[in-house]
Design a protein around this ligand. Sequence first.
Ligand SMILES: Cc1ncc(COP(=O)(O)O)c(C=O)c1O
Length: 340
Amino acid sequence: MDRRLLNEKLDALPRLPLSEYPTPLELLPRLSAELGRQVWIKRDDQIGPGLGGNKTRKLEYLLADAQQRGERKIATFGGLQSNHARLTAAAANRLGIQTHLFYFERCPTRLCGNLILNRALGARMHFFPLGGGGGMSLEASIRLVHWLAWLRLGPHYFIPVGGHNVRGCLGYVRAALEIDEQARSIGIQDAHLVLAAGSGGTLAGLMAGLALIESPLRLVGIDVGKLWKGFPASIAGLAGDICTFLGETHTFSPEQVPLVEKRYVGQGYGQPSPEGLGALGCLASLEGILLDPVYTSKAFAGLLDLSRNNKLGRGEPLIFLHTGGLPALFAFEERQLGQC
Ligand SMILES: Cc1ncc(COP(=O)(O)O)c(C=O)c1O
């Protein structure tokens, strides 16, 4: 699809601007010297209200839809350190909409990180200690929480975990156009674009967007959670649905989803991994940029390991998508950080 046509289609849909775009694409000179190839960072950690992050782009479409429908309550869910939950509360406050956040763990005795920010933002938090969604498909857990939210709240606007639906992921179709444009303007259009995959919506939106414009950028999603049964199939299905919604048919098989599953998760979702903390220390000490312990540090550990083991092409440039999440840094004990 022609880039201009895709832009027009996206512009024709209701969107609530929550930030300035494009976000910066910055060269990391010291890390590039260390890895022997150009490494760039795309700063989606710098967007949005309430300390921001990648979910800003999805919420622009979701909240515009909620506003158009005249909704007064929004419900969503996630892990205890969900950035999506915190950002939803912050962005919904701008519209005077009350946010309800559902968690499937016990309410911690001491709130920290994102949970404190939710409190400050006035979000209502509901704790159901049923355990994480481990072993369920993403779609099944979304249906289950939607049903629970109905029982608890009655009519409301429901946002799936991570903003994982076609409308939300349009934000990352838009980002695909933006990144492709930036990469072409600096001559790195053949780069590998590495990012964290939690609910997989950011990856699905980028897959759809890059496929629609036939971009040569190559995606590498790093699974940070081992959370969902049939995860690649659900990302493939969503990417296909996004393309159909935008007027072009693309079918993605689960095998075509560029996802490194399980390898960099460590003990599990929400638990910092030694490799992730090492990667966090590496980027912080070389470039003065912080990562979060739940998502971006694990994805960055994947980038470092795959690059050092010659698994990311033949020295083409790398772009790391920094998706934010820094409030979770304040939810963990001090641990030994590694160096490069
Ligand atoms: C900081 C951060 N990075 C990455 C992700 C993963 O995004 P997605 O759920 O779209 O895969 C999340 C999701 O919550 C996040 O909070």
